[in-house]
Design a binder for this molecule. Sequence first.
Ligand code: ADP
Ligand code: MG
Length: 160
Amino acid sequence: MIYHTETEDETIELGEKLATELPPSAVVLLIGQLGAGKTTLAKGIVKGLGAAQPDDVSSPTFTLIHEYRALPHGRGSETPIQNRDREGGLVYHIDLYRLDTAAQVATLGLDEIFDRRAVVLIEWGERFPELMPENHIKIRFRATEDSREIEVEWNQPSPL
Ligand code: ADP
Ligand code: MG
């Protein structure tokens, strides 16, 4: 599925929409050049999962991994019904940009994270394909000025 956005806010909204379609355990590879919108879409996904507001989601370029947890009852009746079994769910936001070798990536303990019931968002995840689980969702970004073409490839069967 290919989407187009013209502003940062539209990309955040798209992330919120995609969040409602993600299974409770999912690995999402965000693929695109610097400034393509990977972190922006991640903000929307984290928001859509009820785990944090976009302003509180920052790029894990230096910290490598950020963890967010949705509040168990935080959103009450605002929580879309399809998200309710995910309340209290975990979201990991990871950036592999600064890592050069598989040995460096190994120090992150990704396998343990992949085993958790969590949505795992990985910027530059295409750089270490051998370390990614077979089942993953790829989101590719193509940027021209403010336009973004955002292609979602569901490797796992889409729930919709
Ligand atoms: P990445 O994580 O891929 O390096 P970011 O999401 O951090 O990229 O940054 C995207 C940049 O592009 C931001 O400065 C944002 O304001 C700008 N931008 C302009 N148009 C868009 C759009 N349609 N979607 C997302 N970001 C956009
Ligand atoms: Mg980024």
